[in-house]
Structures are given as structure tokens and as C-alpha cells.
Design a protein around this ligand. Structure first.
Ligand code: GCV
Length: 712
């Protein structure tokens, strides 16, 4: 027998490569995996980074940049260049005008370009410096260099062309942790809080540094450490020391620490006799407290406040306005250049007169205060007027408060979208909201945004986010906070290549899965503009029948209003008229069901079951079609993943396969329970071909989940 040795060797190498590519991963490295590149890419990257040169003295931030470049190059090339002090051909040169005076020279062609990039932007260029061909990462500050280093590594890892230059479009790019001091996480589905308050300040987990690296790689520049449902203790000396220890770790990475403040803190700590924001005693207390915090954390970002909402205390308890409350805190932090982010997520307190429509309340309370807030106050507004639903039209406050800086708040944790079990890539949700302004001449969203906040999905799970695919939501939030005009598909492509490798057989099909995943969830949970029909309290699973909670607006029946005559919430002039809160162009368009986008139909209209849909089906038949579509797409997500099995490491493959199987079951549950319920209300037969629910309605009503995760 003749053996073809070269063919055998090639086959062996292929097998070895496939095995190496499929080595198990646990997801801890996130998108900063830095796995070996193929030889062509290696040669290309190596030619740009034969040495790493940083003129001038190192700072903690440049040390982080150089260390990350070395880590990345060691992973991708197998060997990292040592830092060098001399510029030579092939150097990767990190420079600011202060570090390399020729960048500041009038004759420098880069001077004008750098001037447009602000403090945090960066540019990358193949150029000649001091007679040598170099790859230059230039910025106006060390933090710009760090961002530039991460961008260069991202491009190297995905094979992307170097971005010429980039600067953040929003100045505040924050994570909001809903983490409690006992390490539980409200609406957290990824284990305990990463902040080990008990062990701090002495023990600073390595995870804090890796958290800082991951966030800096996206350009996130602030983090609120604790839950908006805050406790007074977080502002006592021991906790200030703990927060200071975290701040020390995050500082080199350009991330400021903020705290959620409970409005009644001084009163509850028994250090004042009231929490009235106009009381001199209270104002003096907050001033002293701010001074104390800034002594420990000189670059403390400021306070996030949830007031007069869901039982939280606030200025209205003293017949003061949100502006009175926010401005009192703002005065305390202003001397230190701190800010206050005052949340607009409010709805009528218990016992008070309930607005006809909960969706109206934030606008009603805040719009009249436009112009009353101090300069260092931002009003933080959820993306939609109800509460992080699988789909909501954008919040009418965007565009309505021209004199007030607004921050948009998204929820990265998927409280209403199947936790960390169901795959739902939120890039498409963020994009849909952020591009809303292109649909209205009044320019609703982008014009008024000055920052973005994302309720974090991070926890102590090894993979950080509860599932591999939930990492993509953290990633997409960060990339869109840097550039709200970025496209969800581009971001998914970047993430998939960094997370699963650039193999064309892997990343593109994963991107296609991600891009349909959130619509899939919308279809099997709340199609056609339905909303808030989830289980009570935990918000898991369907419960459209719930009608007995103490507040009307906690009940799903309040939101879907289904009866014999039809379904949907009439928010036109005939109903709650929440539409009047939108720009006139939007209000006009959405006033007529024929011109309302189908995805918002039942959000704004109550329509008869036989209403004729553009598809030619009745509304009833369309609703059933959407539920079936959701289930079919959930099955398709699973099948597509199974097809990728040979190309994905066994550990991550199995983790996701189990989740997608469960997602199919969740989709069946949602579809069947909602169809059973809406049929019981409409009294209509299922059209031929539509499969009847597996169980009678009472079965679905009997299901309960007392131990569902995520409660605060
Ligand atoms: C932090 C929803 C959530 C609550 C959350 C609240 C908020 O109601 O269910 O858990 O509380 O939003 O955003 O303040």
C-alpha cells in the first residue's frame, strides 16, 4: 500500500486545527478572547505591531492599553512584542499631542483631525513618523489611546479594515446595576452581584478588573453600582469606602463610579428630622455627604435617583416637585462637578388618583418641569412609556423636553424577554428605538439624547451574563452608546466573529439567528403591539387573564382590554389620548389604525376581532398567525444552532442547545396559553389549520412560578 504522506499530514493538521478550534470555552473571556488568527491575518497584524511604542511616561491608563495590546497580540499571534522606547519601522505607536509634540505641531496633518475627536476619540493611521513606517493610534488623552487600542484589537480580531477615526456621540455611557447590598440582583439572571460588598474594600476580585476591561473595550465610561431601589446604608462611611475601592480599580479604564441614592436617606439614618428637599437641614446634610463621598472618590460621577415611584420616597411626599428634589441633590454635587440622573419612571402612588393610562404619567409629571432642572441634572427616561416590554413605541418624553438633557434607559437584562434563557438579541430593539427620530420631522430621540444607560445583565456567573448570547446584549448596548447610529447587524457580526471566530461558516449564520431572535420573542409573547401580559411579579410566562391585583395598571387585562368586541388599548382621542403626547406628525400617523405600523397596532387601538389586516386576514386570524410564526421561528433558531454543532466547541454548543430547546417550550407555552385565553374571550373558533392549545385554559392559569429568579 502506498501512503501519500503529504495528504496524510494535511489531514492530520486539519483534524488538529478543528480540534483546537473546538476547544471548550466557558465564556469568561467575553469578546476579548484573542484566539490565534489564520496565517494571512497573523502576517498582516504582525507587520503592524513589531513593537509597541508609547512616548513619555506611562500612566495607569496607558499601562492598561499596552497590557491589553500585549495580551491580544500574544493570543492572536502566539507572541507579544515587548514595549520599546524607540520608534522603528513596523511599530504600533500610541501617541497624544502631549506625548509626541509633532502631533501638536501646526504643520501636522493630523492636528485638525485630532481636534475634532474630543477627549475620548481616537484615530488610527498607517503613516510615517520620524522617518519610520508605523501604525499610529493617536488621541488627545490617555483614555482615547485606551479606546484606540481596543478598537485596533477588535479590527485585528475580525479582520476588519482599520477605522480611520472615531469619537463617542454621547458623553455619558453608563451601566446601571440593580444590585443589592446582600448580592441579590433585582431582575438579575446571571447569578449573584459581581460586587462582593462584604469582602470589599479589602478584597478586590480580579473580576472587577476584567469587568473594567470589557466595558472600556466598548467605551462605557460610568457605572451605577447599586439598585435604584436603594438603601440608606449605601451612603454610610463603610459603603463609601467599599465603593471607593471599586472606583480605584475602574479608574484607569475611564469608568466613573455612581451610586443610586434613596431620597429619604438622612431621615432614615435619623440624622435629620425630615427629607424635605427645601429644608436647610436636609440640604446641609446632602452637602456634607457629597463632600464626604468626594473625599473618598475624587472623580465620583454622582447620583441616580428613583423617586416617587413604586413605593420609593421622593420630593412629592413633601408636596415638592421632581425638580425641587433633583436640584437639591444637584447643588450638593455641583461643586465637585458631579451630576444627578433623575429617573422619569414614575406611576401614580398607591391610593392616589390613577391616571387613565399609565403610559401618560411620566410625560404629565415631567413635561411641565422642562426648564426647571439645574444644569447638572439629566432626566433618565426608559425607552418606552410602560416598562421594557419586548416591543414599545419610543417614550413621548423624547422630543418633548428641549430644555432638559435626557438620557435613554434600556434594560439589557431581559426581565420581560425570557430572562437569560431565551435568545433575544437586543441590538434590533435598541436600533428600532434609536432611529425613531428619522421618522418624525420633530426629531424625537437622537436630538435630545445626551447619554445612554443600560440596566446591566452582569452577574457572578462564569459567563457573566447568564448565557453566551446575552453577552451580545451587553456588547450591543456599549457599541450603541458610543454610536447610537450604529447598525444592529454590523454589531452582531462583530460580536459573533469575536466570540465564535471569524469562520464564514459560523459567524454569518449566527448573525442571522440573532437578527430574527427578538422578533421571534415578540411574536410568541406580545405580537401586534400587545404588552404587559406577563406573569405577576416575576414577569415570566403568559398571564393575560390576571385581573385581580390591587392596582388596575398591574393587571394584564388593563393593557390588552380584550373582550367579545375586540382587543387593544385605545390611546387615540377616543380613548386615553396618550397619542397627544407625541409630535403632531407621529400623533396623526398613529391616530388611524390604517397608518399605524402593525407592530404598534394594539398599543394604540382597540379593534374588532374581524378588523381587516393588510394581509387579508382578520385581526383574530392575524394574531394566531403571529403566535404560530413565533413558535416556528423559535424552532428554526434551535435547528439552525444544531446545524452548527460541528463548528462550535462542545461546552458552548451544549449550553445554548439546552436553552434553545427550552425556548421552544417557552414559545409553546406562550402560544398555547394566549390562544386559549384570547379564544375564551373572543368566543371565536380557530380557523382550519390552526392547532388547538395542548391544554384547556385552566391548566395554564394553574401554573405558578414562586421561585422564578430576579426579584429584588
Ligand atoms: C428596579 C420595573 C421592574 C422593577 C424595577 C422598576 C424600575 O417595574 O419590574 O423591578 O425596579 O421597573 O425600573 O425602577
Amino acid at each position: 500500500m502506498r501512503i501519500n504522506f503529504s495528504a496524510a499530514l494535511a489531514a492530520l493538521l486539519l483534524t488538529l486545527c478543528a480540534t483546537a478550534a473546538a476547544a471548550d470555552e466557558d465564556g469568561y473571556d467575553l469578546w476579548l478572547r484573542y484566539r490565534p488568527l489564520d496565517r494571512t491575518a497573523q502576517a498582516n497584524v504582525q507587520s503592524q505591531a513589531r513593537s509597541i511604542v508609547l512616548p513619555g511616561a506611562a500612566s495607569p491608563t496607558t499601562q492598561a492599553a499596552v497590557a491589553e495590546l500585549q495580551r491580544g497580540l500574544a493570543g492572536m499571534l502566539g507572541k507579544a512584542p515587548a514595549p520599546a522606547s524607540r520608534i522603528a519601522d513596523g511599530a504600533l505607536l500610541l501617541a497624544t499631542p502631549a506625548r509626541l509634540p509633532e502631533l501638536a505641531a501646526v504643520a501636522s496633518p493630523l492636528r485638525a483631525e485630532l481636534a475634532t475627536l474630543g477627549n475620548e476619540g481616537y484615530l488610527q493611521r498607517q503613516t510615517r513618523v520620524q522617518g519610520h513606517n508605523v501604525t499610529l493610534i493617536a488621541a488627545n488623552s490617555d483614555i482615547g489611546l485606551l479606546y484606540g487600542a481596543y478598537a485596533w484589537l477588535r479590527d485585528a480580531g475580525t479582520g476588519a479594515r482599520l477605522e480611520a477615526s472615531s469619537a463617542p456621540k454621547l458623553s455619558l455611557r453608563l451601566l446601571n446595576h440593580w444590585d443589592n447590598l446582600d448580592r441579590t440582583v433585582e431582575r438579575g439572571y446571571a447569578g449573584q452581584s459581581i460586587w462582593d460588598w462584604w469582602a470589599l474594600p479589602d478584597i478586590k476580585d480580579q473580576r472587577y478588573t476584567d469587568y473594567a476591561r470589557a466595558n472600556a473595550s466598548l467605551g462605557i465610561n460610568g457605572t451605577v453600582l447599586n439598585n435604584v431601589n436603594s438603601k440608606p446604608e449605601v451612603l454610610t462611611a463603610p459603603f463609601i469606602a467599599k465603593a471607593a475601592a471599586v472606583a480605584d480599580v475602574l479608574r484607569p479604564y475611564g469608568i466613573k463610579v455612581y451610586l443610586s441614592a434613596r431620597f429619604s436617606t438622612p431621615l432614615e439614618l435619623k440624622e435629620t428630622s425630615t427629607a424635605d428637599p427645601l429644608s436647610p437641614e436636609v440640604r446641609a446634610w446632602w452637602q456634607r455627604k457629597a463632600d464626604e463621598i468626594y473625599k473618598a472618590i475624587p472623580d465620583f460621577g454622582g447620583f441616580l435617583v428613583k423617586a416617587n415611584s413604586e413605593g420609593q420616597p421622593g420630593p412629592q411626599d413633601y408636596h415638592r416637585t421632581h425638580a425641587d428634589g433633583a436640584n437639591m441633590l444637584a447643588a450638593a454635587v455641583a461643586p465637585h462637578k458631579g451630576i444627578v440622573m433623575w429617573r422619569a419612571f414614575v406611576y401614580a402612588p398607591k391610593g392616589a388618583h390613577l391616571a387613565d393610562d399609565r403610559a401618560r404619567q411620566a410625560y404629565e409629571e415631567f413635561k411641565p418641569l422642562d426648564g426647571d432642572f439645574s444644569a447638572n441634572v439629566l432626566v433618565q427616561v426608559k425607552n418606552g412609556a410602560i416598562d421594557f416590554q419586548p416591543r414599545e413605541p419610543f417614550h413621548p418624553l423624547f422630543g418633548a423636553m428641549p430644555k432638559t438633557p435626557l438620557m435613554m434607559e434600556f434594560q439589557i437584562a431581559k426581565e420581560y424577554l425570557g430572562y437569560s434563557t431565551d435568545m433575544a438579541y437586543l441590538g434590533t430593539l435598541f436600533e428600532e428605538t434609536l432611529e425613531s427620530d428619522t421618522k418624525t420631522a420633530a426629531g424625537a430621540v437622537a436630538n435630545t439624547l445626551t447619554g445612554m444607560a443600560g440596566v446591566a445583565n452582569i452577574g457572578s456567573d462564569r459567563n457573566w451574563a447568564g448565557s453566551q448570547f446575552d453577552q451580545a446584549n451587553w456588547y450591543a448596548f456599549g457599541r450603541m452608546a458610543w454610536n447610537p447610529q450604529a447598525k444592529a447587524r454590523d454589531i452582531a457580526a462583530e460580536w459573533a466573529a469575536l466570540t465564535f471566530g471569524p469562520d464564514k461558516r459560523v459567524a454569518p449564520p449566527i448573525v442571522d439567528m440573532m437578527m430574527i431572535s427578538r422578533e421571534t420573542v415578540v411574536n410568541y409573547m406580545t405580537p401586534l403591539g400587545l404588552h404587559h401580559i406577563m406573569g405577576t411579579g416575576h414577569h415570566f410566562g403568559p398571564a393575560p387573564w390576571v385581573d385581580n391585583l390591587e392596582r388596575p395598571d398591574w393587571n394584564p387585562v388593563y393593557y390588552h382590554r380584550a373582550s367579545r368586541d375586540g382587543i387593544g388599548f385605545d390611546r387615540t382621542a377616543k380613548g386615553s389620548n396618550a397619542l397627544e403626547q407625541y409630535a403632531p406628525e407621529i400623533a396623526r400617523q398613529y391616530a388611524d389604525p390604517k397608518t399605524t405600523p402593525e407592530q404598534y397596532l394594539l398599543w394604540f387601538h382597540h379593534l374588532p376581532w374581524d378588523y381587516a389586516m393588510p394581509s387579508g386576514r382578520t385581526l383574530w386570524a392575524e394574531l394566531l398567525t403571529r403566535y404560530d410564526q413565533g413558535l416556528a421561528d423559535a424552532r428554526s433558531l434551535h435547528a439552525r444552532w444544531v446545524a452548527l454543532k460541528p463548528l462550535i466547541d462542545a461546552r458552548r454548543y451544549t449550553e445554548e442547545e439546552q436553552r434553545l430547546t427550552r425556548q421552544v417550550n417557552n414559545a409553546i407555552l406562550w402560544r398555547d396559553a394566549c390562544i386559549a385565553y384570547f379564544q375564551s374571550v373572543s368566543g371565536l373558533a380557530l380557523p382550519p389549520g390552526v392547532q388547538a392549545p395542548a391544554h384547556p385554559l385552566d391548566y395554564y392559569k394553574s401554573l405558578s412560578y414562586p421561585y422564578a429568579p430576579g426579584r429584588g
